[in-house]
Design a protein around this ligand. Structure first.
Ligand code: PLP
Length: 451
């Protein structure tokens, strides 16, 4: 089929996620046809450097035959069976063991889901159930953060702190609240506050919220180590140590959403390891299978698992595709390849620091107010070169820059006027040079068009 035929059929029949349906109908879609390594190709013959690894997930890059073969072999052996009612199958068991071996030492159980959103729904039910079983049924409030993203199911959307999502689709799940995010630049670089003071202030806001609700009513605090979809928000160094101090004063659970940061993105197997956190639960997905097939889960720490197992009886919860055998086989192969190829160490010791060095050079561009990165996640804050401050909203500098990037052969995502990257973990130094050079060209062209 030709590009225009695809576009027309797409317009006529396909409602896309996170898309203005009407605008898409007018503009038409980019039809991605194939991919290899860190590059995607479209139906018009363009080769594009995918600096978002799909949606923060294609960690091993495109076209890995080992993953194709793992899926094919499992499809032949056992294409489907479930994990309900005391059944299981080898891929689910082997993946559970491998995950718990890689997770922090106190996390020895996993509940599988089909996605990160389902992982957060599962987590919410587990957390509330845990406290009920502990004889504290009032401990139901979950504190999350403004501008967080935890998924698109009703619970995921409620846990997330994205106002436009809350504004659509009716009431959110009760007893979820949000506190200030540690986003120094995004909060306007508050006058008189350096980032470290600001980070401690954000932790203090968490403590104030716990006190306002009453510790006896608070079940958990949920956060991503680095906020991804909110704008690749790397918290000030002071933030996590201060949050840990707050949490140590109260008996509430810590949920660290590792859907983006897990599986090497920050140069450790989990973002929790990078920030020295001891989560009670960790929702996971995306990089678990390098996005080749949909699979997620919740890693559960011993404290919660013991109560759920010893006192819980049957947990009335599960998905048809919880621990799907083909997805589990691919995830297992993905983890084995990551270990054999030292992918996590490579991010920590080689390409992560190299990206940091090269990305920082973009801070010299007059349109960039801040360039930040950690491991293989990064952001550029676009500003008006004339003032050094953010552009007035209607200009849409981020969207313009994103479209220019695509024309130049680079997928870089925009969140407002923040440009973000999260490339495949197999990216080479030469490819990082190409990425940074394309980003620089896109900034030049964006500046030219806005001048
Ligand atoms: N949690 C985080 C931190 C995410 O970034 C996402 C997706 O981007 C999710 C949860 C939801 O995952 P999924 O899209 O697989 O449902």
């Amino acid at each position: 089929m030709q590009t225009e035929t695809y576009r027309q059929l797409d317009r006529d029949h396909h409602l896309h996620p996170f898309t203005d349906f009407k605008a898409l109908g007018e503009e038409g879609s980019r039809i991605v046809t194939h991919a290899e390594g860190i590059y995607i190709h479209d139906s018009e013959g363009n080769r594009i450097l995918d600096a978002m690894a799909g949606l923060w997930c294609v960690n091993l890059g495109y076209g890995r035959q080992e993953l194709v073969e793992a899926a094919t072999a499992q499809l032949h052996e056992l294409p489907y069976y479930n994990n309900f009612f005391k059944s299981t199958h080898p891929p689910a068991v082997k993946l559970a063991e491998a995950l718990c071996r890689l997770a922090p030492a106190h996390m020895n159980r996993v509940f599988f889901t089909g996605s990160g959103s389902e992982a957060n729904d599962t987590m919410l039910r587990m957390v509330r159930r845990y406290w009920a079983l502990e004889g504290k049924p009032d401990k139901q409030w979950v504190i999350a953060r403004e501008n967080a993203y935890h998924g698109s199911t009703v619970a995921g959307m409620s846990l997330g702190g994205m106002a436009p999502m809350h504004a659509q689709g009716g009431p959110t799940v009760p007893r979820i609240t949000h506190v200030r995010q540690p986003y120094w630049f995004g909060e306007g670089r508050p006058a008189g506050q350096d980032p470290e003071t600001f980070g401690r202030d954000c932790a203090a806001a968490l403590e104030a919220k716990i006190q306002e609700l009453g510790e006896e009513n608070v079940a958990a605090f949920i956060a991503e180590p680095v906020q991804g979809a909110g704008g690749a928000i790397i918290p000030p160094e002071s933030y996590w140590p201060a949050v840990k101090e707050v949490l140590a004063r109260y008996d509430i659970l810590l949920v660290v959403d590792e859907v983006i940061c897990g599986f090497g993105r920050l140069g450790e197997w989990f973002g929790s390891v990078h920030y020295d956190l001891e989560p009670d639960l960790m929702p996971i997905a995306k990089g678990l299978s390098s996005g080749y097939l949909p699979i997620g889960g919740v890693l559960v720490g011993d404290r919660v698992a013991e109560t759920l197992i010893e006192r819980g009886g049957e947990f009335f919860h599960g998905f048809t595709y919880s621990g799907h055998p083909v997805c589990a086989a691919v995830a297992l192969q993905n983890l084995e390849l990551m270990q054999a190829e030292g992918i996590v160490e490579r991010v920590r010791d080689d390409v992560g620091p190299y990206l940091a060095e090269r990305w920082a050079t973009l801070a010299d561009h007059p349109m960039v107010g801040e360039a930040r990165s950690l491991g293989l996640i990064g952001a550029l804050e676009l500003v008006d070169p004339a003032t050094g401050e953010r552009f007035p909203k209607p200009l849409g500098a981020g969207t313009l820059c994103r479209d220019i990037c695509l024309d130049l052969g680079l997928v870089m995502r925009s969140v407002g006027d923040t440009m973000i990257i999260s490339p495949p973990l197999i990216i080479t130094r030469a490819e990082i040079d190409e990425l940074v050079s394309l980003a620089g060209e896109a900034l030049d062209e964006t500046a030219r068009r806005l001048a």
